[in-house]
Design a protein around this ligand. Structure first.
Ligand SMILES: NC(=O)c1ccc[n+]([C@@H]2O[C@H](COP(=O)([O-])OP(=O)(O)OC[C@H]3O[C@@H](n4cnc5c(N)ncnc54)[C@H](OP(=O)(O)O)[C@@H]3O)[C@@H](O)[C@H]2O)c1
Length: 373
């Protein structure tokens, strides 16, 4: 039977990547799609060949319409979920809710999906009648994909992580602003950038002054991110962590359905890259393993993990955001034992946070659900 699907947030950065993947994989077979919007009600929908689409954009807050849908996919964000999810359930909606936002992740009746890691948990939750499936935090999902086998074998004592998170992790408006910041600087130095007679410090000072200019674009970021890093992502928690850092331990253990919590902490940093998140790990194992054993374990877990040899040529070629952008690859390298403790090793991983870190687990749970009801 044909299923009615609502898709909110399809225009945002995660939604756009998800839509592109679903079209490529022909996931909309035997469905009718209602594209939902919070800002363009009544405008024409994008047209895609061989897909049954309601011709105009529908109000994402239209409860009557939402009640008629079998599955709602939303990449609209937590604010939307917070309003609509409860209202729909108060009206007795029985459909499946698939969400990229973080709001529902801590709810006991939600399942955080990352099927290469927790398909058994997902299946158990489906059998229990759970109907709320949420993608995990981007760095958590990428970490689990990279270190999957060590978690599966219960070999990890704890993890400390430093993240290097791209601006697309903050959404479409922020990407635009970072590009505007770049342009603002270039517009102000283009006549001196090639002047070899200029002292290099004069150029550096000029850029610093431009970044202080009151017209510098920073409506969303509030400070320059270009030529800068911001070691803070999301709200402050009352234990000194940011919420992004808090998610590391909470979500990892929920995804794994762990009875005994694996401690995870770190510092999450926004950097001025466009796409793909990088993470530097310090990992303590429960027993000593050789580097060969560690890499064999890591490689064996899933087909997307790519072990990058620990040398300069391979690192600069394959272990960068540029190398993983727009791919499903999870690159992991810089694997070495640490002087600090024989049970500890370091690793650096990079993955496209819009794919395995956001859209891909949602696409795959959609596919699973559409085939079972
Ligand atoms: N970005 C990531 O890497 C990532 C990873 C994991 C989870 N998430 C979560 O996924 C949810 C969606 O995140 P997102 O990064 O995709 O947000 P986003 O790009 O800001 O898009 C969200 C909504 O903003 C509106 N919008 C406003 N200006 C826009 C513009 N210039 N271009 C496109 N859309 C615009 C659109 O809604 P209308 O069409 O209704 O106006 C869009 O659906 C969030 O809860 C986020 O926390 C994000």
């Amino acid at each position: 039977m044909m299923k009615n699907i609502g898709f909110a947030g399809w225009r945002g950065i995660v939604g756009s990547v998800l839509l592109k993947r679903m079209l490529y994989k022909n996931d909309f077979y035997n469905t009718k799609i209602f594209f939902l919007t919070t800002s363009q009600i009544g405008e024409k929908c994008p047209i895609y060949a061989n897909i049954n689409i309601h011709p105009t954009l529908q109000d994402a807050y239209n409860i009557q319409l939402l009640l008629s849908l079998d599955i709602i996919i939303t990449c609209q964000g937590s604010k939307y979920t917070r309003i609509i999810y409860h209202k729909l359930h108060e009206y007795g909606w029985k459909g499946y809710w698939i969400d990229a936002a973080s709001y529902l992740r801590p709810f006991p009746n939600s399942c955080i999906v990352l099927d290469p890691i927790n398909l058994h948990v997902i299946k158990k939750k489906i059998d229990m009648g759970i109907k709320t499936f949420v993608g995990g935090n981007c760095t958590v999902s990428l970490m689990l994909m990279a270190l999957g086998e060590l978690f599966k074998q219960n070999m990890i004592e704890w993890v400390f992580v430093s993240t290097y998170q791209a601006i697309s992790g903050a959404g479409a408006k922020f990407i635009q602003e970072l590009l505007l910041q770049n342009k603002f600087i270039n517009d102000n130095i283009h006549n001196i950038i090639n002047d070899n007679t200029l002292n290099i410090l004069t150029l550096e000072r000029k850029i610093a002054n431009v970044m202080e200019n009151k017209l510098f674009p920073k409506k969303h970021l509030t400070i320059p991110l270009i030529n800068n890093v911001i070691p803070w992502i999301d709200q402050k928690m009352n234990n000194g962590q940011t919420k992004e850092e808090w998610k590391g331990q909470f979500e990892t253990n929920k995804i794994l359905d762990n009875k005994f919590i694996i401690p995870i902490d770190g510092i999450c940093v926004r950097v001025p890259t466009l796409r793909s998140h990088s993470q530097s790990f310090m990992i303590k194992l429960k027993k000593e393993l050789s580097i060969n054993n560690i890499t064999t374990f890591l490689q064996s877990h899933n087909k997307w993990v790519k072990i990058i040899p620990n040398d300069y040529e391979n690192t600069k070629k394959y272990l960068t955001p540029q190398a993983t952008n727009n791919t499903l690859n999870i690159a992991i390298g810089r694997i070495k034992k640490l002087n600090i403790d024989k049970y500890c090793f370091s690793a650096f991983t990079v993955g496209d946070q819009l794919l395995w870190g956001a859209a891909e687990p949602l696409r795959r749970i959609f596919k699973l659900l559409i085939n079972i009801f």
